[in-house]
Design a protein. Structure first.
Lengths: 278, 332
């Protein structure tokens, strides 16, 4: 059997209670092990991310969540295991090549282009979609002009969606933290990714900002059908947002399932609340 | 109006054109700084190296001839051809692109995500390496560079402006080479501005300067961008090398024009292409007019040597980001 067929074994789609269609696996991690010298950051973890779902990765500090995201997006290359994307085994790739494959992400400590405006930052999200040559872009003619206008339209849609019209021309370095997080989400959205990775999208936010961000994440998933994998510390938020949750602790997977299943998993409770070892 | 006044105008025009020459060098710095946050110490040497390579091709010099002669006791110097200036420029450009690729492969690739100061140190090393390498390759003698741009005072302008002043005024004396340089620099600047503002590569370039990780995550190949930027900087160095080389000969002092670019950058800002131009013009005009109006009559002359640096110092104190640079914002 080919690898392609294998990965689509459990590919039966289903419809969630709120009417969204969850498709076959977009991304599948198989027995991933990642080491830094003697430190094992991720040890033998397998899970999948299905089309159209919100998949959360949770765990205490240092559990290896961000490392996992970095493996998916190509910043790290695991020593063992394989990554399947859209049913095919992915060769080791550079992060920028993976971006071209349709995986966009945000960072835990915001990584924006601080000197550029909100608009320009989000426009960079469209880079993977721009095909026109340098010269025609410079003289702003014909196809290049059409392409720029099309891309700009998509960017404007993203800006409207995230309600950041008023800061379009502001250099992002000047924006408050919460808005920067939103611009970063906008840049990832502009790429129209088939998989969107969010690394702690709500870290350091107040309750109100968290609610806004949650709403945006749900709306992105609902309106554009974007598949989302997110890392989050706030258990309450995760339980409300996610369709399925992977729980990691010390680089191992200790739980995987719906929020309810995970909530009642004894290992997970131990990891979060602590357990006496005597 | 008096001849004195027209002489002032002539000084002003010459200042403008000297400014263009400064801008050409400053431009190379700005390009690399914008795209990688590196202050490229080697920019002046790159201009020298590009000019030497061009002359070498034109004259049909054999690269490393002196080295081979010394090692194997041979007596060879020239291939014995004289290459057309146009082909020689294309070839020299090719060498600068090759140089960009090597810089990326041998230096920058290994320094991703390092502090700017470390990258800066690397360019210092690069500068000294290239200084020796250039001499080894093409010899350290003073060379004459001639790509067919006419030099000397422009008679047409002189004759046609002579009527403006009285008997004591003989018309504006403007060097034809400077006029060519002005036209070429203008074309270069306009295309570079269009490139960085309107192309996706230009946008990617600004993105890379801001954040390596984020740039990778939106699909920008750092290595490709660096090669492009260094190749363009090499191209600008070649143009600057041709202009300065034609003016004052190709020799080591050519690389010192980089020092004149520094005050231009302080004035115009390290990140602005138009800033490099305006800064260059202000410095060019400023130092000529200062010499003409104050320096020569009151201070005993030779103020041109230090005027630019003094202006830079004033700017460092009152407006460190320069006229057009991005304001430095640091959120705590």
């Amino acid at each position: 059997m080919s690898k392609k067929a294998e990965s689509r074994n459990d590919s039966d789609s289903y419809v969630t209670a709120d009417g969204r269609t969850i498709g076959p696996a977009v991304m599948e991690m198989r027995n991933i092990t990642l080491r830094f010298g003697g430190v094992v950051a991720i040890s033998d973890i397998s899970f999948d991310i299905r089309e159209g779902e919100i998949r959360a990765i949770i765990g205490p500090n240092g559990a290896g969540k961000s490392s996992m995201l970095n493996v998916i997006n190509g910043f790290y290359h695991p020593q063992e295991g394989e990554v399947l994307y859209k049913g095919e085994v992915r060769k080791p790739m550079k992060p920028y090549q993976i971006a071209h494959q349709g995986i966009a992400r945000t960072f835990q400590n915001i990584a924006l282009f601080k000197g550029m405006t909100t608009l320009d930052n989000i426009m960079t999200g469209r880079l993977t979609h721009m095909k026109q040559g340098m010269i025609s872009q410079m003289i702003w003619k014909g196809k290049a002009e059409r392409e720029e206008i099309e891309n700009r339209a998509i960017v404007e849609k993203v800006i409207d969606f995230l309600e950041i019209q008023s800061i379009r021309k502001t250099p992002v370095g000047r924006l408050p933290y919460g808005l920067q997080k939103r611009v970063e989400l906008g840049r990832a959205l502009a790429a129209e990714p088939s998989l969107l990775l969010l690394d702690e999208p709500m870290a350091g936010m107040n309750v109100e900002e968290k609610e806004d961000m949650s709403r945006f994440i749900l709306d992105v998933n609902d309106e554009f059908g974007t598949t989302i994998a997110l890392i989050e510390h706030d258990m309450g938020v995760v339980m409300d947002l996610a369709d399925r949750v992977v729980v990691m602790d010390y680089g191992r997977k200790i739980g995987d399932g719906t929020p309810d299943e995970v909530r009642n998993n004894q290992d997970v409770i131990d990891a979060y609340l602590g357990v006496s070892h005597d | 109006m008096s001849a004195e006044f027209f002489f002032g105008v002539e000084v002003f025009l010459n200042g403008l054109m000297a400014g263009v020459m400064y801008s050409l060098v400053a431009l190379g710095f700005v390009l690399i700084f914008k795209a990688s946050g590196i202050f490229n110490y080697a920019q002046g040497i790159m201009a020298l190296f590009a000019a030497m390579t061009l002359v070498g091709f034109q004259e049909g010099q054999i690269p490393f001839a002196h080295l081979f002669n010394a090692m194997f006791g041979m007596e060879m110097h020239h291939f014995g051809w004289h290459m057309n200036a146009f082909f020689a420029i294309i070839l020299a450009l090719g060498v600068m692109v090759l140089f960009a690729i090597l810089v990326e492969k041998l230096i920058l690739k290994h320094l991703v995500n390092q502090e700017p100061i470390i990258l800066f140190m690397a360019t210092i090393g690069l500068a000294y390496f290239m200084e020796g390498f250039g001499d080894l390759m093409w010899g350290s003698n003073v060379k004459k560079l001639d790509v067919g741009i006419p030099q000397g005072g422009n008679f047409w302008i002189e004759e046609n402006t002579a009527f403006l002043g009285g008997d004591a005024f003989y018309g504006f004396y403007l060097d034809t080479l400077d006029i060519y340089a002005t036209v070429i620099a203008t074309v270069l600047v306009v295309s570079l501005v269009l490139f960085s503002q309107y192309t996706k590569t230009g946008r990617a370039l600004r993105a890379v300067a801001d954040d390596h990780q984020a740039a990778l995550s939106v699909g920008i190949s750092l290595r490709a961008i660096w090669v492009i930027v260094w190749a363009i900087a090499g191209f600008v160095a070649l143009v600057a090398g041709i202009m300065w080389g034609a003016k004052s000969g190709v020799q080591f002092s050519l690389s010192l024009i980089a020092l004149k670019a520094l005050p231009v950058l302080m004035l115009g800002g390290f990140t602005s292409i138009p800033g490099a131009i305006i800064g260059g013009l202000i410095i060019g005009v400023g130092e000529k007019m200062f010499e003409f109006l104050i320096g020569a009559p009151l201070l005993g002359g030779a103020t041109e040597n230090w005027f630019a640096y003094m202006v830079a110092l004033v700017f460092l104190v009152f407006r460190p980001q320069g006229l057009f640079g991005e304001k430095i914002i640091e959120r705590v």
